[in-house]
Design a protein around this ligand. Structure first.
Ligand code: F1P
Length: 346
């Protein structure tokens, strides 16, 4: 994350410098729509990216799973930008989506770990995460650095399009610069998450709930658990629970609820109470020293405070650690899960 941030603030102008973005400021100003397409974990990063871009730059964003994009005949125009997100830069569906967007005359930009990969080569512009390739198959550091890169893109767009002043941009970058330290702090919960994992490792299913920018983190938590521990898990928008998944809740079901302090806090707490009222076991992920929930839940995981935009980076840490420890307890191969390829090229 420190490498993703490094060198991208032009201090004097309060601008973000994205060296290979491949688009002039004028082209960035003229954009009328942004598509984000990706697979798996990268798609989850894109869901957070949509929040960033729409909030900071007010450009409408459509997000698609790459394998679906080309089947809906997307309305790509010359003032649209398609952002491809891929750790490996070789994922076949994402590459096909890139070609679809280019074929229709749209501009393309990828967020990628791997220099000179197919997607990086064929895109008009690149934002490298500078994270290096993942060692294992399941994306972890790629996810965190993709979020940083997308945040930087949103700041750049917001700045160029006149929505952010230099001072506001600098302020956001100051917050970004605190991230490496906060992530290290967040990692200190490792031993505690290990204990929680031991307690819940025999569950047959898990449910993950989040609202707003925490919903993609719920999806990512569920995916990590599925990928490396082979436990069935579902991520859901917390408010959607009563439209179906609530029927699943009983004493056997651990429910991970992402509930950092933000505008949705009260609503998520009431979702959490609905789970408890039905006997579900709640593992709450909270921010700072929030102690309001201690008596209401079965386990509590704390992450440090940070502004709401960057909170998904911190709450994703316990998601990764929980999946990791459950997998280790179950004895699965966390680096090379069965049936999964590092990059899905067919
Ligand atoms: C996408 C992805 C990863 C996942 C696994 C299979 O890859 O779904 O998110 O962890 O490795 O592929 P990429 O396009 O980001 O390389």
């Amino acid at each position: 994350v420190a490498d993703t941030i490094a060198g991208r603030l032009q201090a004097e102008e309060g601008d973000i410098y994205l060296e290979d973005i491949g688009l002039s400021d004028e082209q960035l100003q003229q954009l009328d729509k942004i598509f984000i397409i990706a697979c798996g974990t990268s798609w989850h990063a894109g869901l957070v990216g949509k929040f960033y871009i729409e909030k900071l730059a007010r450009v409408p964003v459509e997000i698609d799973i790459a394998s679906e994009f080309r089947y809906r005949d997307p309305i790509v125009g010359e003032n649209s930008l398609t952002v491809l997100i891929s750790q490996s830069g070789e994922t076949a569906d994402t590459l096909a989506g890139l070609r679809e967007a280019k074929g229709k005359g749209g501009k393309t930009l990828c967020v990628c770990n791997v220099v000179d990969s197919s997607i990086a080569r064929e895109s008009d512009g690149v934002i490298y995460t500078h994270a290096g390739p993942e060692i294992g198959v399941a994306s972890t550091k790629a996810f965190t650095t993709q979020l940083v890169a997308l945040y930087q893109l949103a700041l750049k767009l917001g700045r160029v399009r006149g929505l952010l002043t230099a001072d506001q941009c600098r302020e956001q970058v100051e917050a970004l610069l605190t991230l490496p330290r906060k992530l290290e702090e967040a990692l200190e919960i490792d031993g505690h998450v290990e204990e929680i994992s031991r307690e819940f490792m025999n569950a047959r299913d898990f449910l993950y709930l989040g609202r707003g920018n925490q919903y993609p983190i719920a999806l990512e938590g569920a995916l990590k658990l599925k990928e490396i521990s082979y436990i069935h898990a579902e991520g859901y928008p917390a408010g959607e629970m009563k439209h179906g998944p609530i029927a699943l809740i009983d004493e056997q079901l651990p429910v991970v609820v992402l509930v950092p302090r933000n505008d949705t806090y009260e609503k998520v707490v009431s979702n959490l109470e609905e789970v408890k009222a039905r006997g579900g076991k709640v593992i709450a992920v909270v921010s700072g020293d929030d102690s309001e929930l201690i008596d209401k839940v079965d386990a509590i995981i704390r992450v440090p405070e940070i502004n709401d935009d960057l909170m998904p980076l911190l709450t994703s840490i316990p998601m990764q650690l929980l999946a990791y420890h459950v997998a280790v307890f179950k004895g699965t191969d966390v680096d090379q899960p069965r049936n999964l390829a590092k990059s899905v090229t067919v």
